[in-house]
Design a protein around this ligand. Structure first.
Ligand code: PRP
Length: 210
């Protein structure tokens, strides 16, 4: 069995911040700071191997055991419902999942609501819980354009600063759920590498309290 701890980090600013926390927790890997296009870095001495993956793919690596642990947004966990353990809220990468529409929008409940989103599962569950009939229009990005062009009535998307909505004359109608980054683990890795993983969780927890 591979005794190294395999860590999937989300490429980008969040991943860099999270790496610094892992480094503080006793899992440094100095080569990761070299500027190049490499995606895998390891420190054999500390028994850790990091790899940069697309943020929305972290949960797949962890669920299938290609990574033992990783960091993923709660939005991705709610959307794909991967079979993993969610061990810690890292209290960073904070934003919210919200319904937004053109300013002045009024919902006509006698009609099916057209919802454009990248997060079809989250949108479906949300409107199911309200008993509202919807038609989901699945898009892959630039969701804010949909209501402007009349492709949809509303969107379900991530709102961080609110700038994208504002600059497109849209506004939040309702918040669905607050989002933040979560520390996740593969289920069998958590059994076999529990010592290292627990040590990491404990240190991360401590760092959050500082
Ligand atoms: C996200 C989201 C919004 C924007 C919100 O997009 O889909 O478009 O960020 O941020 P704000 O409230 O601070 O303006 P992202 O950059 O992830 O790109 P994409 O959805 O177009 O892929």
């Amino acid at each position: 069995m591979d005794t190294m701890l395999n860590v999937a980090l989300p490429k980008g600013r969040l991943g860099e911040k999270v790496y610094a926390m892992f480094e503080n927790a006793g899992f440094p890997c100095p080569s990761i700071k070299e500027v190049n296009r490499k995606l895998i870095f390891e420190n054999e001495e500390c028994g850790v191997r990091y790899f940069w993956v697309k943020p929305s793919d972290v949960a797949i690596y962890v669920e299938r055991g290609a990574a033992d642990i990783g960091v993923a947004g709660k939005d991705i966990l709610l959307e794909y419902e991967p079979d993993i353990y969610e061990l810690l809220d890292l209290d960073t990468g904070k934003c919210r999942m919200a319904v937004a529409a053109k300013k002045g929008f009024h919902d006509d409940i006698s009609r099916v609501l057209r919802v454009a989103t990248k997060f079809s599962n989250i949108a479906r569950n949300f409107y199911l819980s309200k008993g509202r009939d919807i038609d989901i229009i699945h898009l892959n990005g630039s969701i804010e354009i949909a209501p402007i062009l009349g492709l949809s009535d509303v969107i379900v998307d991530i709102v961080e600063t609110g700038t994208t909505l504002k600059e497109n004359n849209l506004e939040v109608i309702e918040t669905i759920v607050p989002i933040s980054a979560r520390f996740i683990s593969n289920k069998s890795s958590y059994k076999f590498k529990s010592e290292a993983i627990d040590r990491l969780v404990e240190s991360l927890e401590k760092q959050l309290g500082e």
